[in-house]
Design a protein around this ligand. Sequence first.
Ligand code: ZN
Length: 426
Amino acid sequence: MKLGFTAMGSALHNRRMLQSLAIASMIFSGMPAEAGGISAVAVDGDRVTVRFDGRVDGASAFLLDGPRRIALDISGAQAGRGQFAGGHDTVAAVRQGQLSAETARVVLDLAAPATLAAPRIAADGKSLSFSLSNVSDSAFRMAVGRGRQRFDGPANMAPRPARRLHSITVPIPPVARGVSLPSVAGPRDASRPLVVIDAGHGGHDPGAINRENGEREKDVTLAIAQAIRDQLLKSGRVRVALTRSDDRFLVLQERYGIARKLNADLFISIHADSADNEAARGATVYTLSETASDREAARLAARENKADLLNGVNLGGQTTDVSSILIDLTQRESMNISVNFARLLQREAAPYMPFKGTAHRFASLMVLKAPDTPSVLFETGYISNKADAAFLASKEGQADIARGVARAIEVHFARKMVMRQGVAGG
Ligand code: ZN
């Protein structure tokens, strides 16, 4: 099933859209709120209300899958400083961005499948609202297929006069396409297993940030990825490649795309978690599943998957329906291997670093979608927790993590080798 922002057309169009979008948001961010600025997004029970400090012209909504989202395009509106009020079981996060000079987009990241009902714009044009109804996975996918839904507006709503923008042009680099493959380090022996380590986030996407000292997930993940590579190279048993070895942005597809193109035997995406509860700490290991193992896992997937959705534009291009991939038997096999590795990783790395009690979880994580590469996403700890943040940022902590991960990798491939010899010998 082809999903995504089909209305935007080709990748080239997306890229242009991204550029104009970034420019637009730069212009608007410094401007005082005027007519149509989004002032608040409130979720109250099953009713969602978006308020504006001026009148808007109209709106439409559509649903997206993988990850599940509701997108609202509001014409005559400007992305503003609106706050997301209140937590909700179904809505994991709310984001906003400027789609074009006249249209703002609000994206609701869903923690559970839900569709919208009774969409309407208030008579004064200063708010729009709809109710959420929880539905099954299949009902959600059907609703995705139905496309855009218009909001009913008051009949007497006259269009506002077009605003003239005093714009400046700020060039931003286009998203790197067809990234060149990273070099493979280690023994020059193609029969040795190849591990691709992916340092999460990078470039304009900092990932999670520690509120007190400003420590950024993208820096921590790169340092840990490099430490794991160095540790693996010491034993010389496996070959290693990093998806990035500097501060650059890669869309999620490019990350696992590198692993696939290099024919990797294992893909490990390194991340650091964050939570409002500053006491939350410890590492977790995620493997791919259509459905999240718990609400926290669903929230994490929504957060990690949005790297491709900054400002509501899908930088990843064509998104694939996870469920259609899951049918694939190759994927089944990779998933079993991934699950075994996830357990092994906790067992081998736990002596070196703190883990959560139930460390292995499932979630629909975009970066784990390579159908033929066993993949795990390793949340190495909480950047929002004081002790974890210090551990993750220290050379000693990074070396400890690297030791644990390298041990797990070596045991994993040693097991595979024994199994293969067993089969060959028997
Ligand atoms: Zn992350």
